[in-house]
Design a protein around this ligand. Structure first.
Ligand code: IMP
Length: 435
């Protein structure tokens, strides 16, 4: 039995898509369980780049079944755009993808409310992906959301859409001064989506449990990263779902006792998109250089990502919250040319070293990272596939990250392609999956 959860150990965009794609061959099913099309998983196969937002990256491996679980919020328009893109590229999606009948839907009023609310926040804006993710989760928790299954009951769908659009229009017009939405139009659109979605919809919790009981292996594909988790992250500068490993169970309907391990993905440095504290952010030349070398622009929104050094405090917090068995360090090659590399090993606040990752945004904004400076390896690692071939200083750097996070390093990613990966043969992941 090997049912493994892959999570982002930083603020998202760690390269989960590539690692899920790489590991997918060892699993029968790949399941998404939280978030929505705010995620952006970039996978490069034979030089061709695919950016997936909603459909699990496992779909790119022929023969893998993929699941969108009930914890995901689904925008049907975004789903069909992604489906079309994949089918045009010759990827077989139909018959390989199952969508939960209990997944909540994103509607146009969610996007409209989010846009208006973000504008109204001014300098305090979260910098969301503007996909309507937060408002859709708000409706879910507020027990007024629409789920996939509701698309198949025309009368109830009409009634709910009219009622909710009226409510949202009040908010949009009176609070934010925006234009109202047309409920009739939304109803027509969503009724049609229901017809088109039907062939994908099942009770995915039942399906997954049945498959697991038959001995099939499931890879749970997390979206965003631990520091964006609504409960454990840098609240309120977070996403609206749980990006920590526990969500794999809640968001899929698979019990914790079935999960055999959690692998965290972290970049060799740190990035963040949108607002919120980022203690190791490097403004100026260093940040620009990391962004340029790492092509750090959002896969979902195209926004330049904020860049900085590896944050050992934040990533260790992640390692504990997710009880990581292993960590995968991605984009090592981005640091190839730096003369000196800094790693944050602690936070200092008002002259004292903090013992915990602070919950207060003001404290996190004010902490002084305690850096350890190490000499860079200044030789190319891009595309390397063999650990022994890595420069000694790169090996020392990786060991340092592993020591700081107290987590074994399993794989190292040295480029975007599947092949640009170093698998450490004695690591937990290799022992669990490759032997
Ligand atoms: P939302 O998820 O669109 O509500 O955005 C909330 C915050 O999470 C914003 O700072 C986004 O930039 C960030 N965010 C959401 N999805 C991702 C992702 O996949 N990668 C990185 N940041 C993300």
């Amino acid at each position: 039995m090997a049912n493994i959860v892959i999570i982002g150990a930083q603020w998202g965009d760690e390269g989960k898509g590539k690692i899920v794609d790489l590991l997918a061959e060892k699993f029968d099913i790949v399941a998404r369980y939280q978030g929505g099309h705010n995620a952006g998983h970039t996978v490069t196969i034979d030089g061709k780049q695919f950016i997936l937002h909603l459909i699990p990256s496992g779909i790119l491996h022929g023969g893998r079944l993929c699941v969108i679980g009930p914890g995901v919020v689904l925008d049907p328009k975004a789903f069909f755009e992604e489906l079309d893109m994949l089918e045009e590229a010759g990827i077989q999606v139909r018959g390989n993808l199952y969508i939960s009948n209990r997944a909540h839907l994103i509607l146009p009023y969610h996007r409209a409310v989010e846009k208006a609310a973000e504008e109204a926040r001014g300098a305090k804006k979260i910098g969301t992906t503007s996909r309507g993710i937060g408002p859709a989760y708000e409706d879910k928790t507020g027990r007024r959301g629409l789920r996939v299954v509701d698309l198949f009951d025309a009368e109830n769908l009409r009634e709910t859409i009219f009622e909710l659009t009226r409510e949202k229009n009040c908010l949009i017009q009176s609070l934010y001064g925006g234009p109202p939405l047309d409920a009739r139009q939304i109803y027509k659109e969503y009724l049609q989506y229901g017809q088109r979605l039907k062939e994908f919809v099942v009770d995915t919790a039942f399906f997954l449990n049945d498959q697991i009981r038959q001995g099939k292996r499931v890879l749970f594909e997390g979206a965003q990263g631990t520091l964006l988790d609504v409960d454990h992250g840098t609240y309120p500068y977070v996403t609206s779902s749980n990006a920590t490993a526990g969500a794999a169970c809640v968001g899929s309907g698979v019990a914790p006792s079935w999960i055999t391990g959690v692998i965290g993905i972290a970049k060799a440095y740190t990035t963040r998109v949108g607002g919120g504290p980022f203690p190791t952010e490097a403004n100026g030349t260093i940040g620009d250089e990391i962004r340029r070398r790492g092509a750090e622009y959002g896969a979902s929104t195209g926004r330049p990502r904020r860049c900085g050094w590896f944050d050992g405090v934040a990533t260790s917090y992640s390692a504990v919250l997710n009880n990581l068995q292993a960590i995968v360090i991605t984009k090592l090659d981005v640091l190839d040319e730096f003369e000196q590399i800094l790693v944050c090993t602690g936070y200092e606040y008002r002259g004292c070293q903090l013992k915990e990752f602070p919950p207060e945004i003001k404290v996190l904004e004010a902490v002084k990272p305690m850096y350890k400076s190490v000499p860079g390896w200044q030789s190319p690692t891009a595309g390397m596939q063999d650990y022994d071939g890595l420069p000694v200083r790169a090996k020392d750097y990786l060991k340092m990250l592993s020591d700081i996070t107290r987590t074994e390093c399993s794989f190292i990613s040295t480029g975007p392609d599947r092949e640009h990966t170093i698998v450490l043969p004695d690591s937990w992941t290799a022992r669990t999956l490759y032997q």
